[in-house]
Design a protein around this ligand. Structure first.
Ligand code: NOJ
Length: 540
């Protein structure tokens, strides 16, 4: 692909959870050839870049977020050659590919950890975080140095390693020992891993829990918090230490050697200020860091306006925003926002918002169908967090990982075998094939929005000004910075499930709408919006 340093600012990203997208060999688990076979669908949908969740060699204790070899593909997903073919084909269709770098921890089966845990003298020992075992409690269990928790095991994050008489740290599971990023060999190795994949043609990385790489040097205990999802701790000391910014700059250097590669960091926690701080306005940090606020906002125009405003204000000068409504760790937004009779209508309003706000949108596979996800039966649970917290529904992540729904054949056309998770109920009607035939479907609406976004650069790069403070109506104008017309698009989104009056500040013609035909003229002044109406207007 030709060198285009800023492509990611215009791009619409599409996250693929590879286990669940398309299975090519009938083992019930999606794979790289499966993704490759569906590239024409993605090109026709109109996305610009894929982020594929980890497919590296892994014992799959956290379904790939536990890596045992960063330079190879797990046989479950295919081979390095499959990866090359996928990237080549994607590039041929004008689609870029981002991988997922899990650099905070490895698998406990990674040869680095196997060596490290064998002896305190082994040169690899210093790649991980250790604490000598001192006191034991009356049951003989070692007393941990602090209160840090393993998120998915809901217990102390310190695990015993008998061979060295030490504890190692695992803030996700015991199978994900944490690396010591203060050891300069660790960042150096990850910069080399980036280079390996860049050489293969990969266009960038999503960095898993990028703000967790450094822990407090004194291992201080976290203070109490009332938030159950944060396990009643404010993660002051086991995450988000300021030293991380230096390490992110190191990784950025490796990306910049290629000119057009992109790094998007996952920040741990929901603090937009933290995400904002990871952005390298002057090119020294990440290209983008995820702002997860939208994942936790209720269905309210006011709430999204406030959230977007706060995010824009928090970003340093020159940094570029991004927005996400769903991902592989959170209940899908169509389910979060569902309302009898309005679920698809709301999915369209949400899509219009995501794809027209100023900032790169990240879609999650299947959201373009209005997929809701489903809570599996206990016997079908796969996610370690879901298993540990059953029967609570707030934590487990299987519901958002169900198979992509391609058609009405068995298992939604995802696999010829037994799918690793059952598809969500309703897949016989909610699938690509059925929605492609229906001009009113959520999928048809996504396609129209994506096509419009491509044809109107102001929707990607233009400035944004909110109009009004109505609690139900989210209204903003996108204005092109360049070109003779300085084109203006007014976005009007009615979040209410009832009619609402609106005063249109200036007339224009409909570009895209849920209730009006493209090309229709609307005059300035008072107008009535239908429930959950989306209206995109080219302003005169
Ligand atoms: C964040 C990822 O999004 C999640 O899926 C994973 O379990 C943890 N990091 C651990 O890698």
């Amino acid at each position: 692909m030709s060198l285009d340093r800023d492509w990611w600012k215009r791009a619409v990203f599409y996250q693929i959870y590879p286990r669940s997208f398309m299975d090519s060999d009938g083992d019930g688990v999606g794979d790289l050839p499966g993704i490759r076979s569906r590239l024409p669908y993605l090109a026709a949908l109109g996305v610009d870049a894929l982020w594929i969740s980890p497919f590296f060699k892994s014992p799959m204790k956290d379904f790939g977020y536990d890596v045992a070899d960063y330079r190879d593909v797990d046989p479950l997903f295919g081979s390095l050659d499959d990866c090359r073919s996928l990237v080549d084909d994607a590039h041929g269709l004008g689609i870029r590919v981002l991988l997922d770098l899990v650099a905070n921890h490895t698998s406990d089966e990674h040869p680095w950890f196997v060596e490290a845990r064998s002896s305190r003298e082994h040169p690899r020992h210093g790649w991980y975080l250790w604490h000598p075992i001192g006191r034991r409690d009356p049951l003989g269990r070692p007393v941990p140095p602090n209160n840090w928790k393993s998120l998915f095991e809901l217990r102390s994050a310190w695990f015993e390693n008998a061979a060295t008489d030490e504890l190692y740290l695992g803030t996700f599971t015991r199978h994900q020992p944490e690396l010591d990023w203060r050891n300069p060999e660790v960042p150096a190795e990850f910069a080399e891993i980036l280079r390996f994949w860049f050489e293969l043609g990969i266009d960038g990385f999503r960095l898993d829990v990028a703000t967790a790489y450094f822990k407090d040097a004194e291992l201080r205990s976290n203070p109490f918090s009332w938030k159950p999802l944060d396990l009643f701790q404010r993660h002051l000391y086991d995450r988000n230490r300021p030293e991380v910014f230096g390490a992110l700059a190191e990784l950025r250097k490796a990306a910049d050697e290629r000119g057009d590669r992109v790094l998007v960091g996952e920040t741990h926690g929901r603090d937009p200020a933290l995400a904002a701080a990871c952005h390298g306005a002057r090119g020294e940090g990440l290209h983008m860091a995820f702002n997860f606020e939208f994942l936790f906002r209720p269905w309210s125009a006011k709430a999204f306006r406030e959230s977007a405003r706060a995010w824009y204000a928090a970003l340093p000068e020159g940094a570029w925003p991004n927005f996400t409504l769903s991902n592989h760790d959170q209940i899908r937004h169509a389910r979060r926002f569902r309302k009898a009779g309005f679920t698809d209508a709301r999915a369209k309003v949400a899509a219009a918002m995501l794809l027209t706000l100023r900032g790169s949108p990240f879609l999650y596979y299947g959201e373009e169908l209005g997929m809701l996800g489903a809570f599996p039966r206990r016997s079908d649970l796969r996610d370690p967090l879901g298993i540990a917290t059953w029967p609570l529904r707030a934590y487990g992540r299987d519901p958002e990982r169900t198979p992509m729904q391609w058609d009405s054949s068995a298992n939604a056309g995802f696999t010829e075998g037994k799918p690793w998770l059952p598809p969500e109920p309703g897949w016989r009607t909610r699938n690509v094939e059925a929605e492609e035939r229906d001009p009113e479907s959520v999928l048809s609406f996504y396609k129209a929005l994506l096509a419009l976004r491509r044809s109107r650069p102001e929707l990607a790069l233009g400035s944004l000004a909110f109009v009004g403070e109505d609690p139900d109506l989210l209204v903003y104008e996108r204005r092109g910075e360049e070109g003779p017309g300085k084109a203006r698009v007014l976005v009007v989104l009615n979040f209410a499930s009832r009619r609402r009056n609106f005063t249109l500040p200036s007339g224009g013609s409909v570009l895209l709408g849920t209730h009006r035909k493209a090309g229709a003229r609307i005059l300035a002044g008072s107008m009535e919006l239908s429930p959950c109406e989306v209206l995109l207007l080219a302003v005169d």
